[in-house]
Design a protein around this ligand. Structure first.
Ligand SMILES: [Zn+2]
Length: 205
């Protein structure tokens, strides 16, 4: 398995190909690769990303079949099943890089802000389970005087939410903590820009 920093470099290069419109679609459709992967996989990075239709990890990092182990959930939140999925991949495949991939203008962040500002009717309990996990990142910002500056609020809250997920993965699992201390597992936070397609790694690198 390739080390975390090398994996990070691969993702950076892939995102550069994506933003430069140099995508190598070959890997997506290679049937030889399909057969190779039928019995084995060695994904070089684990991505916990948002479900947003505009942020598919394989495409924005220009990767093919078998390259990424991807968990997607609205708001890239960390609940027990997400921790379990990351543990599974890191432990089973030896993958050494975990990226929490949020993005600008995230609907889950906006929904949480609207809920806190009471501009929105109460929602389903299931959706509330997501909002409740985003809320701790957003609430302090609401109280800091940014209340009426929605643009800045969404930007800062998005980043705070990514940082919170990174921290939760780093400290919310004994298995991951041990892999970090002893096996060079790296958990980093990144934000995808819907505006220009670039991924900025801003936490833990
Ligand atoms: Zn989102």
């Amino acid at each position: 398995m390739i080390p975390a920093l090398e994996a990070l470099q691969r993702l950076r290069e892939g995102n550069m190909r994506f933003t430069s419109n140099l995508r190598g679609a070959g890997d997506f459709v290679s049937h030889a690769r399909l057969a190779e992967l039928a019995t084995n996989q060695e994904p070089f990075a684990i991505i916990l990303g948002c479900s947003d239709s505009r942020v598919p990890a394989e495409i924005v990092f220009d990767q093919g079949l078998g390259d990424l182990f991807v968990i997607r959930v609205a708001g890239n939140i960390v609940a027990p099943s997400q921790v379990g999925s990351v543990e599974f991949a890191a432990d089973r495949f030896g993958t050494r890089l975990v990226v929490v991939l949020g993005h600008t203008q995230c609907g889950a962040i906006i929904a949480t802000l609207e809920e806190l500002q009471r501009t929105r009717e109460s929602q389903s309990r299931n959706l509330a389970a997501i909002v409740d996990r985003v809320r701790p990142s957003v609430e302090p910002l609401m109280e800091s005087g940014l209340r009426h500056d929605m643009d800045t609020l969404v930007k800062r809250a998005g980043r705070a939410n990514i940082r919170a997920s990174v921290s939760h993965l780093r400290h919310g699992s004994q298995i991951l903590e041990q892999l970090i201390q002893e096996q060079g597992l790296l958990v980093v936070g990144a934000e995808y820009s819907l505006e220009n397609g670039t991924v900025e790694f801003f936490d833990g690198v």
